[in-house]
Design a protein. Structure first.
Lengths: 583, 396
């Protein structure tokens, strides 16, 4: 018979089980500090204390800010604010319309429109800008085809063009934010308006009010993305002599004399703008409840449109994608097939010479190989670290450290890539860093660290959702049925997370191969990356070679990603492949 | 296969400021089916997870068989504890088929592939799923998924089986059928079992021994009969099924029973702790102890063993075999008063209350009591006379 024992042992508290168990976490935090925290903190600090880092005579000074509010810098900051605001509004409106068409209307090509948004998300902004430029520049593709384009050219090379390209780039962010809101919004809210006497406009007003969190989120994300963009700033905006903050920051760091305090001041201003957007979002939503998704929510139905309306929507969507993806693609591909594009000498003709050169000239193909290798390394390391981050964020243990990590990653997402790059140049070129024996400046290692630092926040966000979905009991079940910690990860967690891990790898790889701001500032002198190679070719008026590189880089990235998924489909066990698939 | 003896000594665990386990001492002989019963937050899940090795104790020890598997500076990982577990959410791995899930648990047995296949098929046959071995978890119903989890637990013939509220996600009919399967398969395997639930009916149906947990403490460990008839505390009485409770004062106490004054009525109630004359008590009444005192009372026993109270019927619910009534007495409400004949709402009725199903506890304090001694029973009477009888202690 069972019994309650009568002699309880003396209370013995568990002491720490030793550093061995905590060492990996300490190492992880050290890495996070080295790649995320320190470079940015030190760089931002120099805006207030130049002397602290041998950047000036004063211990405390606001001269960096004073210089930032003068001349082209001030104009750049003003332009950035204007661009961010207009772009956010335009992208949110178009993104909302696309999301509504995809989720609420029966219109041909829904999957295509939805997939197109992801393609747009994947393409860097400078490639879209360059595509348009190749078409409309003097002696560009349209000039060669004798299409009159002077009016369109004057629009492109100015605020309208910059805002247009950034709006196109912002649409997928707005689309994703609004789609998430729309999916959770059941049809009963619309039905309630109609049965209580509201018309269609009342329904739209109600839906817009209920989608306020998603819309504000879209506005904030697009605003932050636009003000931190460097791709359009360094191509179209620069060519149009339209100064924006990120390019002014780049100039402050890249030109002699290097002005780190000014660059840091501009970074503070960019951060302040992003923070203001988030504050505006917070203030708009405070004190209200938008909990519309519950177990009893009925999914909304797609509406049938009349024939003319369907045709109108279809044409509208087609035009949107034509402008967003079609024209830049046509511009880039056609430019890559024309010899002597952009020269005033005449004699331009269609040929594959540019591709032949891109594949045989080391100056053109080596950056592609180099970026491919860096992309693979960065994606692999980032995904592994992202998995650790996602695990820490979803773990039931260590809530305080998880909250801190979460905050750090959120801040890192809001930081422009160019600020990261400037922080890296600054921190790893400090005499103190050299004295510590860390000689990373102008090395591939620093470039990879920079890539990882910018890729880690989004990658860990992608993985966070999937890791959080895996029930803890699945791994516990593996442990109690005989598997060690490592085996339980390999046999249970890896299969469950294989698809999200591959998705995160693919996103990171693609983004790294075509990455611009970090590459521009941190590439080792003799090893340009593909984006730097493209810029370099274009700056030497080798438009054909540059665009051929562009096309090859995009195709190569897609080929590698396709290959990885193909291998997964062929090699992974059936059970792994079934997970996450819809029936 | 022989089961393992399980022993907790001073087991303690804190989550921040919350004390999930507070010095639990408990010993279960090999081959016993122990059910841990308690409300949400009572610590039963923590206790089982600590036994599995998924959680680490802050204090105390856990012994499985002859081995110490947990103590302040030692923690044997789950995979080395020779146990298996059925999870509340089944925890079937979605990338593996039913056979894959069951076969996973055999890896530690180092069998040949053919042997493993045979064992796997046998386990699935035992749970009635031989034809569904190649299905993935999402292709199975909830009951089938739980059967796969059960097969996975028994296939490797571990010495200890743990069940974490395995039936809580199933409908009533399926619960009952699976409960029988769990009971049968576990006892056939010879393994010891620790099963947690907050459902007292499930606990009584399954257990050799029930441990009741409250706020991280083990408040009573006994066989189901003892637990039902002699709850150690008001909490245990409450958690194992009550019709209601009435407050009163002690008139007499002799042996195992006290005569109490409840409003204008006199009730006999069991109480193992001596209750001082005049002290305030709460009389906790089991549903089976109630019945109407006008002919078809649902209670057995001699009339002398029953106290009588009067009240008003406030609700009637048809239950198929008869009617459950809710009766308002002077300062309390008695529910589940059964009769094959319905009483009308608002009717004045007399209720007979069997003293053996009434337990009196002091109104203040919840001193645990032990039944490991000879106790004297005082039979309650509705009259002024007190019948005294002596009984042997019912628990070993």
């Amino acid at each position: 018979m069972a019994s309650i024992t009568t002699n309880p042992v003396a209370v013995r508290f568990r002491t720490a089980t030793g550093w061995a168990r905590r060492a990996p976490f300490a190492l992880f935090w050290l890495l996070v500090a080295a790649i995320l925290l320190l470079p940015i903190l030190l760089f931002l600090l120099v805006a207030f204390s130049p002397r602290l880092f041998d950047q000036g005579p004063q211990w405390f000074s606001l001269s960096g800010f004073q210089q930032a509010f003068q001349g082209p810098m001030l104009q750049g900051i003003g332009d950035t604010l204007m661009i961010g605001t207009v772009t956010a509004l335009a992208s949110a409106a178009i993104g909302f319309a696309v999301a509504w068409v995809v989720h609420r209307v029966r219109v041909p090509g829904r999957r295509l429109w939805s997939g197109g948004m992801f393609a747009l998300l994947f393409v860097p902004s400078y490639l879209i800008a360059l595509g348009w430029e190749r078409l409309l520049e003097p002696q560009g593709v349209l000039d060669l085809l004798h299409v009159p384009d002077s009016a369109a050219r004057s629009l492109l090379y100015g605020p309208v063009g910059v805002i247009g390209v950034l709006t196109v780039k912002g649409i997928p962010f707005a689309y994703l934010a609004v789609s998430a809101g729309l999916r959770g919004l059941g049809e009963e809210f619309e039905a309630a308006v109609r049965v209580h006497g509201g018309g269609r406009s009342a329904v739209v007003r109600t839906v817009l009010a209920l989608l306020a969190p998603a819309l504000w989120s879209a506005l904030a994300i697009v605003f932050a993305e636009s003000i931190s963009d460097f791709g359009v700033a360094s191509t179209l905006a620069n060519d149009a002599h339209f100064p924006v903050a990120t390019f002014e920051l780049y100039n402050a760091v890249d030109n002699f004399p290097v002005q780190f305090p000014v660059a840091a001041a501009v970074s503070w201003l960019l951060l302040a703008m992003a923070a203001l957007a988030l504050l505006a979002q917070h203030a708009a939503l405070r004190g209200r409840s938008y909990r519309v998704l519950g177990g009893r929510t009925r999914p909304a139905r797609r509406r049938d449109l009349s024939g003319p309306a369907t045709a109108g929507v279809f044409i509208g969507m087609a035009l949107l994608y034509l402008g967003a993806l079609g024209v830049p693609t046509f511009g880039a591909v056609s430019a890559s097939l024309i010899n002597g594009l952009g020269t005033l000498m005449g004699g331009a003709n269609f040929s594959f010479d540019n591709y032949r050169r891109a594949l045989t000239s080391p100056e053109l193909y080596q950056p592609l190989l180099y970026s491919g290798g860096l992309g693979a390394i960065t994606a692999t390391v980032t995904v592994l670290l992202g998995l650790v981050v996602a695990r820490l964020l979803t773990s039931r243990r260590g809530r305080a450290s998880a909250r801190m990590l979460d905050l750090l990653l959120l801040a890192a997402v809001a930081l422009p890539g160019i600020v990261f790059a400037a922080g890296y140049i600054f921190t790893y070129n400090l005499p103190l860093t050299n004295d510590l024996g860390i000689h990373l400046y102008e090395t591939t290692s620093l470039l990879v660290l920079g890539y990882i630092a910018t890729a880690l926040p989004p990658a860990s966000r992608v993985l966070f959702g999937s890791v959080g979905q895996v029930q803890e009991s699945l791994r516990e079940a593996a442990r109690v049925h005989g598997s060690t910690e490592v085996v339980s990860w390999l046999k249970v967690m890896l299969p469950l997370l294989a698809r999200p891990l591959l998705a995160a790898w693919s996103l990171t790889f693609g983004a790294t191969v075509l990455e611009l701001p970090i590459s521009q500032l941190l590439y080792p002198p003799n090893d340009p990356t593909v984006s730097v190679g493209i810029e370099s070719a274009l700056s030497k008026y080798d438009y054909g070679g540059g665009t051929a590189m562009e096309v090859l880089a995009v195709l190569a990235s897609l080929a590698v990603i396709g290959l990885v998924w193909g291998i997964f489909q062929l090699v992974a066990p059936a059970g792994w492949r079934r997970l996450g698939r819809t029936s | 296969m022989t089961g393992h003896q399980v022993r907790f000594v001073g087991a303690g665990k804190k989550y921040g400021a919350v004390r999930a386990l507070d010095g639990v001492d408990l010993e279960v002989p090999a081959g016993t089916f122990l059910v841990l019963l308690g409300p949400s937050g009572s610590g039963k899940t923590t206790l089982v997870r600590a036994l599995a090795g998924i959680e680490r104790l802050d204090e105390g020890e856990i012994h499985i068989g002859d081995r110490v598997v947990s103590e302040p500076r030692r923690h044997v990982p789950p995979e080395q504890r020779d146990l298996a577990m059925v999870f509340q959410d089944y925890a079937l791995w979605p990338h593996l088929t039913a056979a894959g899930n069951v076969g996973y648990a055999l890896r530690r047995r180092k069998l040949t592939s053919d042997q493993a296949k045979v064992r796997c098929r046998e386990a699935l046959e035992r749970v009635g799923l031989a034809g569904l071995a190649e299905r993935y978890p999402h292709e199975l119903s909830g009951g089938q998924q739980q059967r796969v989890a059960l097969a996975r637990a028994i296939v490797a013939e571990p010495g200890l089986l743990l069940f974490d509220e395995p039936l809580s996600n199933l409908d009533t009919d399926l619960r009952e059928r699976l409960r029988v399967e769990i009971s049968t398969l576990t006892r056939q395997s010879g393994a010891s079992a620790v099963y947690i639930t907050h459902d007292q009916a499930e606990a009584f149906a399954l257990a050799d021994v029930i441990g009741v947990l409250d706020q991280g403490r083990l408040v009573q460990l006994a066989d189901p009969e003892t637990l039902y008839h002699r709850p150690a505390t008001p909490f245990v009485a409450c958690f194992t099924g009550l019709s209601g409770e009435l407050e009163g004062t002690v008139l007499e106490h002799e042996g195992d029973f006290a005569l109490t004054q409840v409003g204008p009525w006199r009730l006999r109630a069991r109480s193992a702790t001596p209750l001082a004359r005049g002290s305030a008590v709460r009389v906790m009444i089991r549903p089976a102890a109630t019945g109407f005192a006008d002919g078809d009372a649902g209670v057995g026993g001699a009339v002398d063993d029953h106290g009588v109270v009067e009240g008003t019927v406030v609700d009637v619910a048809y239950r198929g075999r008869g009617y459950d009534h809710v009766v308002a007495c002077a300062d309390g409400m008695l529910t589940s008063v059964f009769s094959v004949q319905p009483r009308t709402r608002g009717a004045q009725v007399k209720l007979a209350l069997d003293a053996h199903g009434c337990n009196a506890f002091p109104l203040t304090g919840e001193a645990p009591i032990s039944y490991d001694r000879e106790v004297t029973a005082v039979t309650a009477s509705s009259q002024t006379s007190v019948a005294v009888e002596h009984k042997q202690g019912v628990a070993e």
